[in-house]
Ligand binder design. Structure first.
Ligand SMILES: [Zn+2]
Length: 262
């Protein structure tokens, strides 16, 4: 059995992550929705409803089609603050976003992209599933540790990285193109065309799964949680996500619960 497929048999995944909750996020949502792409918006609860930032209503609306994630209460350098303050910065932001959306908020992006080992321990204790930093890898590999998830590139390099992504050799399994940035950068530099050109390149393909960060986390974690019986006669899937795999050259769906294979 090969674990070489994303949901619906797609071979590659693309995810976007935008920080700070500037009101220009609404323009990005229009573009993402037009192309069927998915984004994770990392929000600072104390900046919501301020001039040039999203309102509670905007956030609630965006949460219907994209992911809302934690970017702390007030955007500190988290490796420099007391542990207690970090707990508060994360947990209070999560509570505020959950109050607005009515949904569990499980992901995060580090303000300023920095973190300490101590921060990672706190996030584990608080039940944060993943947190994105800002060391652009220019690669397409899975994170070794979801609490130090490094993206492929900032959107200024998106066209180059997306072109490389489309040319990957078939032996590269489950590659992820992960693009991040701030929507106000597009507004400031008047270059939203970077995003549309990136999505135009991807729109020519039928092997792309557009996922939010948490959907990727859940899928990759579900693969690793599978329990496979001797001889691959059955597979137990303890997650709530259907996993896609290849067996004897055919695509199979491993649904939540016990799966008896032919
Ligand atoms: Zn930020």
């Amino acid at each position: 059995m090969l674990f070489d497929l994303f949901p619906n048999g797609k071979k590659k995944a693309v995810t976007f992550s935008y920080d700070d909750g500037n009101v220009f996020d609404l323009e990005l949502v229009k573009v993402f929705d037009k192309y069927g792409a998915k984004c994770t918006f990392n929000l600072i609860d104390k900046w919501l409803n301020c001039d040039n930032f999203l309102t509670d209503n905007d956030v609630k609306e965006i949460s219907k089609t994209h992911e809302i994630a934690i970017h702390t209460q007030s955007h500190p350098w988290v490796e420099q603050i007391p542990n207690d303050e970090f707990v508060k910065q994360v947990y209070e932001c999560r509570r505020a976003l959950e109050k607005i959306t009515g949904l569990p908020v499980r992901g995060m992006a580090y303000p300023n992209g920095t973190y300490s080992d101590k921060n990672l321990e706190v996030l584990k204790a608080l039940g944060v599933c993943y947190s994105r930093a800002t060391q652009n890898t220019k690669g397409f590999k899975h994170p070794q540790n979801f609490l130090t998830w490094q993206p492929t590139c900032h959107h200024k390099d998106a066209i180059e990285c997306t072109t490389n992504f489309t040319k990957l050799k078939p032996y590269t399994k489950l590659p992820i193109l992960y693009i991040w940035g701030h929507s106000y950068e597009f507004a400031r530099e008047n270059n939203l065309n970077i995003l549309t050109e990136t999505l135009d390149i991807l729109a020519e393909r039928d092997d792309i799964w557009y996922a939010t960060n948490i959907e990727l986390y859940d899928y990759l974690t579900a693969i690793k949680s599978l329990v496979i019986s001797d001889g691959e006669k059955s597979v137990y899937n303890p997650s709530c996500v259907t996993v896609y795999a290849t067996k004897n050259g055919e695509t199979i769906e491993i649904k939540p619960g016990l799966n008896i294979l032919q």
